[in-house]
Design a protein around this ligand. Structure first.
Ligand code: ADP
Ligand code: MG
Length: 665
């Protein structure tokens, strides 16, 4: 495929704007699907009530009269002959359109009708009439400097120049079976639909394609696992294991015990473990992972625990070291930001087997890392890793057992399909002594009250998290940013408390220092973006304040809220937003992650079930695993058939799909 900049009209400036919305290749561009369509249907003026929205087309009948006001404002008036009579049109601040509005020109006007004056106050004027009575216009996610129209132009140019080269992930035999249009035509229609029927038809086709590609990979992994039934045989010294468990300063919940039993029996069985451990935030998955790793150690194998962020890896590392006090287990941390020298030392220890347990980030699956006898791999917050990484982890070492942990509970039927290649353990019950986190939805105008709520908690020596969606001021957005919040908090709390910031763009070292200070209560108010979302554990933090809460899915809010309520003290969560109150109120009532995830499912389809951008393969562009569940099931069936077919028509595609699974991204 040629590069994006080869598309006519895309220069360096538009290229960087496209990159901003995650469009890097021609394929990204043409699969930047409209998130909705504007249906322009001609109304009959006589049927529209006073003050209502109206869309009509017609011919310009009089030369527009332009009036200019101070401050650069302007207004234009002209008459329009429509199929249902003549009407006046006035529009503000479109003086630039005057030269195009020549008498006799066909245009489409969208606006509000004033019946008594027989005038449409237009909000938009489009050139051209509505040929089919109905016009369907794509609406894209844009960014400042890159308009809907720009996007539409680039997409159509890319399709014109390179449409035939865009890869199609539906094998020929299935394209024929379902009478699907070819990829180029389908893309042309999704971006320029002429009728609703056509649009529906290609939408299904493109959804099927996306789900086919995804399910093919899952099916492939499943088959791979089946082939590798010969897992590790081990003997676990149960007495030693019990000693370790007895030293844990709390009693395991029934669900934790059950999960441990399932894992231990997987470890002992000769077939390979491939298990998902799902449990709500704070349900205590970590200790289950630690027990599994200790059991694995007792059978003389190495373990690797992979976390999605360095903060989390560090926390697991420090935590595990405490539990392993007085044992001979050697545990090390390996992250991307470590010095070359430190990394080499760890590589050596992993290769010669002197390190028993390693905790880290993606650094654990780099090619340089060789293990002596890796027997167990655990990934925390599984949904953040894509299929590629799953495959890669499994390829390290000698067919290790694999455990995935996820805090985003997925309704069982869906879990069984999309994690079709795994067994599932679930922790539902929460550790004893936990109180419900009191949750309040507040408006921005109630900020004073919020500050008081924070203060009353801070006075009791507790700590506070404050979350904002943005890092710094952004001219295109009036969302709250962490730096501004810090100034505000400073103003409110003076020097009473230490306030600091962490966010995703900070250097890892700096981030870790501040997290450590927060953990040690040297910082009382921690302002951050959602980097704290996953896993961070500071029991003394008991208040969570989230600005612009409407920006987040309920599951994300629930995850964030799960950062407090970790000790036995009463905790609170305050959601600040001027809109979307009804959805947010669900958080006031509900504290069960499974129920919240179901609600999110209902409201936003898969919503942010799979996290946001980082979610790799789970972030579907057009399909929705809930509302397109039927297509998903069909794609699952077909892709399996295709996988098992030794002589498919489209061999090339099959090889390509398999190659893409094995590639690290
Ligand atoms: P998550 O499932 O979100 O990863 P964690 O494993 O971080 O949750 O556990 C949250 C907190 O609960 C930790 O401080 C942990 O030590 C504590 N915890 C875990 N299990 C229990 C238990 N059975 N009883 C009391 N506290 C527990
Ligand atoms: Mg966790």
């Amino acid at each position: 495929m040629p590069e994006l900049k080869e598309v006519k009209g895309i220069g360096p400036k538009s290229l960087s704007l496209l990159n901003k919305i995650n469009i890097y290749t021609i394929e990204d561009l043409v699969t930047h699907y409209p998130f909705r369509y504007e249906i322009l249907q001609r109304n009959n003026i006589n049927e529209i009530a006073d003050g209502e929205k109206i869309i009509t087309d017609g011919k310009v009948e009089s030369v527009p009269i332009l009036m200019r006001f101070k401050a650069g404002l302007n207004k234009m008036n002209f008459r329009l002959v429509t199929p249902s009579g003549v009407v006046g049109v006035s529009i503000f601040n479109r003086a630039f359109l005057k030269s195009q509005l020549i008498v006799g020109t066909g245009i489409t006007v969208i606006g509000k009708l004033d019946k008594t004056k027989n005038v449409i106050t237009a909000s938009d004027i489009k050139m051209g009439v509505l040929t089919n009575k109905v016009k369907i216009e794509p609406v894209y996610h844009c960014t400042s400097g890159l308009t809907n129209k720009n996007l539409s132009t680039y997409i159509n140019m890319a399709l014109l120049m390179y449409g035939k080269e865009i890869p199609d992930y539906i094998p020929e035999e299935y394209r024929e079976k379902y009478n699907f249009l070819n990829k180029k035509t389908a893309l042309n229609i999704i971006h320029n639909p002429s009728t609703n029927e056509k649009l529906k038809e290609v939408t299904i086709r493109l959804k099927y394609e996306e789900l086919f590609e995804f399910m093919f990979k899952i099916n492939y992994l499943k088959e791979q696992n089946k082939k590798e039934q010969n897992g590790l045989q081990r003997n676990i010294d149960k007495k030693e294991l019990k000693k370790f468990i007895d030293k844990i300063p709390f009693k395991l919940t029934k669900d934790q015990q059950q999960a441990c039993n399932e894992i231990i029996s997987d470890l002992e069985s000769p077939s390979r473990m491939n298990r998902l451990l799902q449990g709500d935030v704070g349900s205590g998955k970590t200790i289950v992972a630690f027990i599994a790793m200790f059991a694995n150690y007792l059978s003389n194998y190495q373990s690797a625990l992979m976390a999605p962020t360095e903060i989390l890896a560090m926390q697991h590392y420090l935590n595990l070291k405490k539990f392993l006090n007085n044992t001979k287990v050697k545990v090390e941390l390996l992250t991307g930001s470590m010095s070359k020298k430190d990394k080499l030392a760890i590589y050596k220890g992993l290769k010669d087997g002197s390190i028993n347990i390693v905790i880290g980030t993606h650094a654990l699956i780099q090619d340089e890392v060789e293990y002596n006898n890796l027997g167990l791999v655990i990934t925390d917050e599984q949904h953040r890793f894509g299929v590629h990484q799953r495959a890669n982890l499994q390829n390290k070492g000698i067919k290790p057992d694999v455990l995935y942990m996820s805090a985003t509970p997925i309704p069982r039927t869906y879990a069984l399909t999309i994690f079709g290649d795994m067994d599932v353990s679930t922790i539902k019950e929460r550790p004893a002594g936990r109180q419900k986190i009191a949750t309040y939805v507040k408006k921005n105008s109630e900020i004073k009250e919020v500050l008081e709520m924070m203060y009353s908690d801070l006075k009791q020596q507790h700590q506070v998290y404050v979350i904002a969606p943005l890092i710094e001021e952004n001219e295109n957005s009036d969302l709250t940013n962490v730096y501004k919040l810090k100034d505000q908090m400073k103003l409110a709390f003076k020097d009473l408390y230490k306030i600091d910031i962490v966010h995703g763009k900070m250097a890892t070292g700096a981030k870790d220092i501040i997290m450590e200070q927060f953990k040690n209560n040297e910082v009382q108010i921690l302002i951050s973006t959602t980097v704290v979302e996953v896993g961070v554990d500071v029991p003394n933090a008991t208040t969570m304040v989230i600005f612009d809460a409407d920006r987040f899915g309920l599951s994300t809010l629930h995850q964030l809220r799960g950062r407090v309520g970790r000790g036995t003290s009463k905790s609170q969560c305050i959601l600040i937003s001027d809109s979307d109150a009804e959805r947010l109120k669900i958080m006031e009532k509900e504290d069960d992650g499974f129920v919240i995830s179901e609600e999110d499912f209902k409201l936003r389809g898969h919503g942010d079930l799979f996290g946001t951008k980082q979610s790799g393969d789970m972030a579907f562009k057009i399909a929705n695993i809930k509302s397109d569940y039927k297509i998903l099931l069909q794609a699952k069936k077909d892709s399996r058939e295709f996988l098992l077919n030794k002589d498919p028509k489209d061999k090339e595609l099959k090889n390509k799909l398999i190659a893409s699974i094995m590639k690290v991204n």
